[in-house]
Design a binder for this molecule. Structure first.
Ligand SMILES: Nc1ncnc2c1ncn2[C@@H]1O[C@H](COP(=O)(O)OP(=O)(O)O)[C@@H](O)[C@H]1O
Ligand SMILES: [Mg+2]
Length: 254
């Protein structure tokens, strides 16, 4: 962790429901609480601010559950830092807000994760995207979702990657909600198309499993999705989220 400049990263695509917010939370919590990086999250999904609201729910749950409360207190002692901050901002002001928080903060920030809304037509999304370092795009085998995600990836690549007016170093697609019953031949065909388009694809296939849908609740002892805890080792097993994070860390070279 010798970097001085924080990296700006987003799980982004123009399709809603692809997993952007879920992976933003999982990555933020895993890297902040488990791997020792200092994370800042900017929730840019105006009108929903789903991560900010999830943090409020998580706080209420922890405060009302003595076991979770003690676990959270111990985590602060062990990691020697509080929970990461989640700020809300419309996309067109998100970069400015991140920069001023970083300058004023007492904690050095290693990575800023931006949770962008599911439409590039929303104010300032492309402007924000142009100032990111890396984008990771969840794709699913649903034909309509896939077509729209590939269009997004191609537009970002053609407009921004290797352009002087942009910071963006790479966009990487990865398969999400992979149904074990689906023929691998289907994915092979799509992989070939993605390859022919010159887009980058991660190796990890994230399965469609219930744990990605479930938030922490009162009485939870094994946490997967939470803004206050990393996913537990037991829940990590079979989620393939650790494979995804390892691939991402190799790319961003942290
Ligand atoms: N791998 C997965 N398996 C099962 N459900 C998933 C998976 N990834 C995402 N989901 C579910 O899909 C829904 C949409 O995810 P979300 O992150 O809110 O999408 P977005 O932010 O892209 O609109 C959520 O209910 C989430 O739990
Ligand atoms: Mg979202």
């Amino acid at each position: 962790m010798t970097r001085n400049e924080p990296l700006f990263i987003a799980f982004s695509t123009q399709k809603g429901g692809a997993g952007k917010s879920v992976f933003t939370t999982l990555a933020a919590s895993f890297l902040h609480y488990q791997r020792g990086y200092n994370i800042l999250v900017i929730d840019c999904d105006e009108g929903q601010y789903s991560l900010h609201r999830m943090r409020e729910r998580d706080m209420e749950i922890v405060e009302s559950d003595p076991i979770l409360e003690r676990k959270f207190g111990e985590q602060i002692v062990v990691t020697n830092k509080p929970a990461y901050t989640i700020l809300c901002s419309p996309p067109n002001q998100a970069i400015t807000l991140a920069r001023s928080f970083i300058e004023q903060g007492d904690h050095k920030i290693d990575i800023v994760l931006f949770d962008l809304p599911g439409t590039v037509n929303s104010r300032g999304v492309m402007q924000c995207v142009s100032e990111l370092d890396y984008i990771f795009t969840p794709i699913t085998s649903d034909k309509i979702v896939l077509e729209s995600s590939l269009a997004f990836a191609l537009a970002v690549r053609d407009l921004l990657i290797n352009s002087d007016s942009s910071q963006l170093k790479g966009l990487y697609l990865y398969w999400n909600m992979v149904d074990a019953r689906e023929r691998t031949a289907l994915y092979d065909t799509y992989d070939e198309i993605i390859n022919d388009l010159g887009l980058s694809l991660l190796h990890t296939h994230i399965p469609d499993t219930k744990r990605y849908r479930k938030e922490m609740t009162k009485g939870s002892r094994d946490v997967f999705r939470s803004t206050l805890f990393p996913c537990s080792r037991r829940m990590l097993k079979g989620s393939r989220f650790d494979e995804l994070i390892d691939e991402i860390l190799q790319i961003i070279k942290l």
